[in-house]
Design a protein. Structure first.
Length: 246
């Protein structure tokens, strides 16, 4: 065994302490990059996750195309009043379908109105026919009422078909006469009720003002009154499809 002087033993101890300290520092230094790298990768992953969008994100925030085509189309289903007819099978030079086209040029109008038509007679064929227009105007009731035909079930059948086809029904109600026609008020109340219960649009023809001098005969409106009735239809179309006003 070799014995060193005390001062040399102290120096050796100090050197060993220093060496141990250096080794400890080196070991810690070797660990820090690994820990720091893991921490950095973990945070980056979190950051990426926080900004990553789902695959459907773009489609879920897409806005409607303002250039999409408008559906400004309407079908007329009704009797001589919507046809613009009056005594002795006469017809206005500008019937209601043409009036609507003048008031709202954007519309394409299919005119299936027919003098003498009733909802009762029209409903069976109508309810199996394909519909192609956005709106379908249903103007019946006066002939049903005067001839004692069951107006309400026929009207409901027609409304149901329009809605089943994905179209929008517009019920007009009944126009007025200087001497109220038989059953007119009852049929008008039916039209209002059916519209309210089914969600159909209701163009309240009974609320349109008229004067006896504006009648073509005892039953049929003359052009001035007829145009105001068409104007009530236009009012409902404007509310439902404001893009078609121009």
């Amino acid at each position: 065994m070799v014995f060193l002087p005390a001062h040399r033993r102290a120096a050796c101890v100090r050197l060993s302490d220093i060496a141990f300290t250096l080794l400890a520092i080196l070991a810690i230094g070797a660990l820090v990059p690994a820990c720091g790298g893991n921490s950095h990768n973990h945070n980056t992953g979190n950051n990426k996750a926080s900004v990553r969008q789902p695959a459907h994100a773009a489609s879920s925030t897409a806005q409607p195309d303002p250039q999409a085509p408008r559906d400004c189309t309407v079908t007329f289903e009704g009797d001589s009043i919507l046809h613009g007819g009056y005594a002795a099978n006469r017809r206005f030079d500008e019937p209601p379908a043409a009036m609507l086209k003048r008031l709202r040029p954007a519309y394409t109008v299919i005119d299936n109105s027919e003098p003498g038509a009733t909802a009762t007679r029209r409903a069976p064929a109508f309810s199996t026919a394909p519909l192609t227009t956005h709106f379908v105007v249903l103007q019946h009731g006066i002939n049903d009422a005067m001839s004692g035909q069951p107006y309400e079930p026929a009207l409901r059948r027609m409304v149901a078909h329009v809605q089943a086809e994905g179209r929008t029904p517009v019920i007009t109600g009944l126009s007025r006469q200087p001497l109220t026609a038989t059953g007119r008020d009852e049929a008008d109340a039916i039209a209002r009720r059916v519209a309210g219960e089914t969600g159909a649009l209701f163009a309240d023809w009974g609320a349109v003002t008229f004067k006896p001098a504006e009648m073509a005969d005892v039953l049929h409106p003359a052009p001035a009154y007829s145009e105001r009735l068409v104007g009530r239809i236009v009012l409902m179309l404007d509310k439902a499809a404001p893009e078609c006003r121009a």
